[in-house]
Write a protein of this length. Structure first.
Length: 261
C-alpha cells in the first residue's frame, strides 16, 4: 500500500488517483468467524492477515457512536429493543459475544473510538458504514464523521465512510467534507452515479452481483472507485477482479488472502 504524500492527512480528500486502501476488506471484522463488530473480530481478522476492516456505526441515545449492525439489540447482544434508544452506560454492559459461541461470551460492544484507537495503534485501516437508527440519519452522519475527523486527524490514511442513506452521507459531508465517502447500493436506481457524484463520493460500493463492465467503467471514468460487498465465493471474487473493481468486502477471511492484492 502506498502512503499519501506528507501533506495528506485524515482531513484530506482521497482521490481516485491515490487510492490508499487494499483490495481485501474484512466484513464486520472477521466475517462470521467471530462476533461481528467487536474488537475480538478485528483481532481475528488481523490474525488472518487482513489490514482493513468494515464495521457499522450508530448512535446511543446520549450520542455515543458505537458498533452495531442491526437497529435492534436482539440478534447480536444480550439486550433487547432498539439500540439507539439506550444510553451508552447501558449498552456498554451488554454481552455482544455470547450469541456467537461460548468462546466469545462477555465480549462487549465497542465504541467507534475504541475501534479507531485499535486500528490506529496497529496500522490498520477502517471502512465505517454509517448505520443510523431510523430518523437519525443526518445526525448520525455528522457525529460519526466529526469523531472520525478528530481521531484520524494525524493519520496517513483516513477511514472510508459509507452508507446506504443519502442523508447520512450528507451529514458526514457537511461535518467533515474532506473525509472520503462511499455510496452503498443494493440496486441501481436511475441516477445512481449522479447521486454519488453530487455527494462528493470517492467510491460506489455495490452488491457484487450488480457490477458489469459498463458500470465499472462508468464509475472509474467519473473518478470514483468500484467496491463490492459481500463476496464469499471464489468465482464471484475472480469475476470482480477480472472486471477491474477496486475493493472486495468478504466474510471469508479464512478463504481469501490479502496477499492476493
Amino acid at each position: 500500500m502506498t502512503a499519501p504524500s506528507p501533506d495528506t492527512s485524515a482531513s484530506a480528500s482521497t482521490s481516485a488517483s491515490a487510492w490508499p486502501y487494499p483490495r481485501w476488506i474484512a466484513h464486520r471484522g472477521a466475517g462470521k468467524l467471530a462476533p461481528e463488530n467487536t474488537l475480538a473480530a478485528f483481532r481475528l481478522g488481523a490474525h488472518h492477515g487482513f489490514r482493513m476492516f468494515e464495521c457499522d456505526a450508530k448512535l446511543s441515545s446520549d450520542g455515543v457512536p458505537f458498533l452495531l449492525h442491526d437497529s435492534t439489540l436482539d440478534r447480536t447482544t444480550s439486550g433487547r429493543g432498539t439500540a439507539g434508544e439506550r444510553p451508552w452506560s447501558e449498552l456498554s454492559q451488554l454481552d455482544a459475544g455470547g450469541w456467537h459461541s461460548r468462546e466469545w461470551a462477555g465480549e462487549p460492544l465497542p465504541t467507534l473510538e475504541n475501534a479507531a484507537r485499535f486500528c490506529l495503534a496497529n496500522g490498520y485501516l477502517l471502512n465505517i458504514e454509517i448505520k443510523p437508527t431510523p430518523g437519525t440519519e443526518e445526525e448520525t452522519g455528522r457525529a460519526v464523521a466529526s469523531l472520525a475527523a478528530r481521531l484520524w486527524h494525524q493519520a496517513a490514511v483516513p477511514p472510508l465512510l459509507t452508507s446506504f442513506k443519502v442523508a447520512a452521507l450528507t451529514g458526514a459531508r457537511d461535518a467533515a467534507p474532506l473525509l472520503p465517502r462511499g455510496l452503498l447500493l443494493d440496486s441501481l436506481p436511475d441516477g445512481w452515479l449522479d447521486t454519488a457524484r453530487q455527494l462528493g463520493c470517492a467510491a460506489v460500493v455495490c452488491n457484487h452481483a450488480l457490477w458489469t463492465a459498463e458500470h465499472v467503467a462508468a464509475v472509474q471514468a467519473a473518478g470514483l472507485r468500484a467496491l463490492s460487498y459481500t463476496v464469499n465465493d471464489e468465482w464471484a471474487a475472480q469475476r470482480l477482479i477480472d472486471l477491474g473493481t477496486d475493493g472486495i468486502i468478504t466474510d471469508r477471511v479464512d478463504r481469501f488472502s490479502p496477499a492476493m492484492d
